[in-house]
Every structure is written in structure tokens, then in C-alpha cells.
Design a protein around this ligand. Structure first.
Ligand code: ZN
Ligand code: ZN
Length: 366
């Protein structure tokens, strides 16, 4: 019989306070506060718990530069128990990444870059011969439980003279592999309307709150009709904050227009983790609290919502009988500056701080 851990007086984001009993890494009871008994009782009064956070857009390949980082630095150490690497690797490197991630405490999935070279260069879709159909199909067949979608970065500096053609090829590959697309948007060409019309239900637009001139909102702040149409047909909207892709101004326009908040992801890598403006998942989540979303809405965007997109709804729940996969955090009072990708600084009076995770059978506190 293994150790029985009791996390006492945890607050869930729906307001309930509970004791969670965990035996051999499995949740065995969720009971009213103060009632559970066990060998190791940890008083968690004042802490929140949610299912482990899921970051749908990161760059987790250690030796890629600039878009790379260490898996656990951007994973469990930041309260993120599951991350999705967003196309750092194409077919050339995905096997090495599949092996590397086995050393990490964080659970890792990958979106396969349709360019075989991935982010070895930052203009990975400028040469159409790098989109190698046979290599994509072979990689997807080799790692079916690891590759959860395809990634295509469709903006000027990536596609160069290839225009919309890489996205058309991505669409075909998506149909052949039955995998959704995550599409990075940014500066034109291609024009944003040409990008949106190729996206289908289950596909993801990442960087939807970017403030570049080719963004998803009119100058008067109203959303493009093509954005409303895409959302209505089930295209998923993902934040993908990154170095250059989150604007408070646009985020306020999105909220005012009632655009649904689907998933909050960081697009984190070494540079924007150490020097900002991303720093961490908790910092990005705090920006959405500042914008006026409730704690429940914000946490849903890193738990239930990405879990459902992944087709793994259990990852977004805390349930008896499931593997314990929890993020513990607090809501702290105090002034903190929040900077977006455009240098716009806002001041918040409360912020989210990660206190630890329970994953892989044990509690790690930060
Ligand atoms: Zn991007
Ligand atoms: Zn990215």
C-alpha cells in the first residue's frame, strides 16, 4: 500500500472547498473540508486547485534557437502539467523530440509542422519543397498518440513568396491525416480573409488577439465578419501570447464584441520567458483576470477547454478514480505591472501565483 496524501481545504474555482485524498497517484475521495484522514495531511487553506493546466502553444525543444526551451521550465515548474509543442518540429526532428520528452515530468503532445525542417529556420514555409507530403504522412503514422494536429505559420516572414499556397497544402494534409490544423496568423500577405476562409471546424487560429495591421478586427474595434463566421462554424480561437502577438487593445475589443474565450496559451520560449512579455502561464492568465474575465472563465481556458480540443476531456476534470493531475495556485493581492506585446502596460491589483502541482504521483511545490 502506497502513501495516502490528503490535500485539505482546497478551494475549487466554482467556489467549493474540499479535501482531496490521493492514494498511489489516484484520487480516491473528494470530501467536505476537514473530514478526510490520511498519513500525509497537507493544509492547503487559502489555495485554489484546478485540474492541471494545459498550454496549447509552446516551444519546448531544448536546442532550437530562438524558438526553444526546456520542457519542465515551461511545464510543471509553471503549473503546466500538459503542454503542446506548436510546430517546433517537422518530420525531420519529430522522432528526436518524441524521445526527449520521455525524460520530462510534464506531459507533452506535439503539433507537427507541415514543413519538414520545422523551426530550424524561421521562414520554414518559404520553399514549397519543404512541405513533403510523404514525410508528413509517415511521421503522423509513426507517432499517433503524440501528434495531435498539424501546424502552419501563415504570415509574411514565414511564407515569403509562397503566399497562401502552404495553407492550401496544409488543408490537404489535414484531410489526409484526419488531424486538425493550428494556424499562426500575423502580418500580410496573405490577407487574413484568405486565411480564414480555408479554416474548418476543429482547426485553431493561434494569435487571435494580435495587434498587427492584418489582425481580426476593424480599425473601429468591431470584429471582421470572417472572424464571426469562422467562430460560428467551430474554428477554435487560441491566444498564443508570444513575443509579438497579444494586444490589450485587441483583447478589449474581443471582449466587448462577445467573442468567446476558448483557450489561453503562452507561445512561450526561452527569450519571452526570461525577458517578457510572457514570463509564465500565470502572468498570461493574470492579464485575462485584469480584462474582467472571472477566475472560473480564465481557468477553464487552460483546463476544460484545451482538454476538450485535445479529445481528452478527463484531463480537464478532477474526479475520483482518475490520476491526480492538479495545479495549486493562489490569488494574491498586490500591485503588478502587466505588459502586452505592443509595450502597453497595465497595472493590476491582484495576480495569480502558482504554488505547485500534483502530477506523476507526487506533489511538487514551487
Ligand atoms: Zn506563431
Ligand atoms: Zn509559436
Amino acid at each position: 500500500m502506497g502513501t495516502e496524501n490528503v490535500l485539505r481545504n482546497l478551494q475549487l474555482v466554482d467556489g467549493r472547498i474540499v479535501d482531496i485524498t490521493i492514494q498511489d497517484g489516484i484520487i480516491t475521495a473528494i470530501t467536505p473540508p476537514g473530514q478526510a484522514e490520511g498519513e500525509n495531511v497537507l493544509d492547503c487553506s487559502g489555495l485554489y486547485a484546478s485540474s492541471g493546466w494545459i498550454d496549447l502553444h509552446v516551444h519546448a525543444v531544448q536546442d532550437l534557437d530562438p524558438y526553444g526551451d526546456n520542457i519542465d521550465e515551461i511545464g510543471v515548474k509553471q503549473g503546466v502539467t500538459t503542454l503542446v509543442d506548436a510546430g517546433s518540429c517537422g518530420a525531420d526532428r519529430i522522432g528526436a523530440f518524441y524521445t526527449a520528452r520521455l525524460q520530462a515530468a510534464t506531459q507533452v503532445f506535439a503539433l507537427l509542422n507541415i514543413s519538414r525542417i520545422g523551426l530550424e529556420r524561421t521562414d520554414e514555409l518559404s520553399q514549397l519543397e519543404w512541405i513533403d507530403r510523404a514525410k508528413v504522412l509517415k511521421a503522423v503514422a509513426a507517432y499517433p498518440d503524440f501528434i495531435v494536429g498539424l501546424k502552419a505559420r501563415i504570415s509574411e516572414s514565414v511564407v515569403k513568396d509562397s503566399g497562401i499556397q502552404p495553407l492550401k497544402l496544409a488543408r490537404t494534409l489535414s484531410e489526409e491525416t484526419k488531424l486538425p490544423l493550428m494556424v499562426h496568423i500575423g502580418s500580410a500577405p496573405p490577407a487574413i480573409s484568405d486565411v480564414l476562409e480555408l479554416l474548418q471546424s476543429g482547426d485553431v487560429i493561434t494569435h487571435y488577439l494580435n495587434g498587427k495591421s492584418n489582425n481580426l478586427f476593424h480599425p473601429d474595434g468591431t470584429p471582421l465578419q470572417e472572424l464571426l463566421d469562422a467562430a460560428a462554424r467551430g474554428v477554435h480561437l487560441d491566444v498564443g501570447h508570444g513575443t509579438a502577438s497579444f494586444s490589450f487593445r485587441i483583447a478589449e475589443q474581443a471582449k466587448a464584441a462577445g467573442i468567446a474565450l476558448n483557450t489561453i496559451s503562452t507561445d512561450i520560449y526561452r527569450g519571452n520567458r526570461m525577458n517578457g512579455p510572457v514570463y509564465s502561464m500565470s502572468n498570461v492568465l493574470t492579464k485575462f483576470l485584469y480584462l474582467g474575465y472571472s477566475l472560473e472563465e480564465v481557468i477553464r481556458a487552460v483546463t476544460r477547454s484545451p482538454a476538450e480540443w485535445l479529445g481528452k476531456p478527463e484531463l480537464g476534470k478532477i474526479r475520483v478514480g482518475q490520476k491526480a493531475n492538479l495545479t495549486l495556485f493562489s490569488l494574491e493581492a498586490g500591485e503588478k505591472q502587466l505588459e502586452d506585446s505592443e509595450g502597453d502596460v497595465r497595472v493590476t491589483q491582484h495576480y495569480i501565483e502558482v504554488k505547485g502541482v500534483f502530477a506523476n504521483g507526487s506533489l511538487t511545490t514551487g
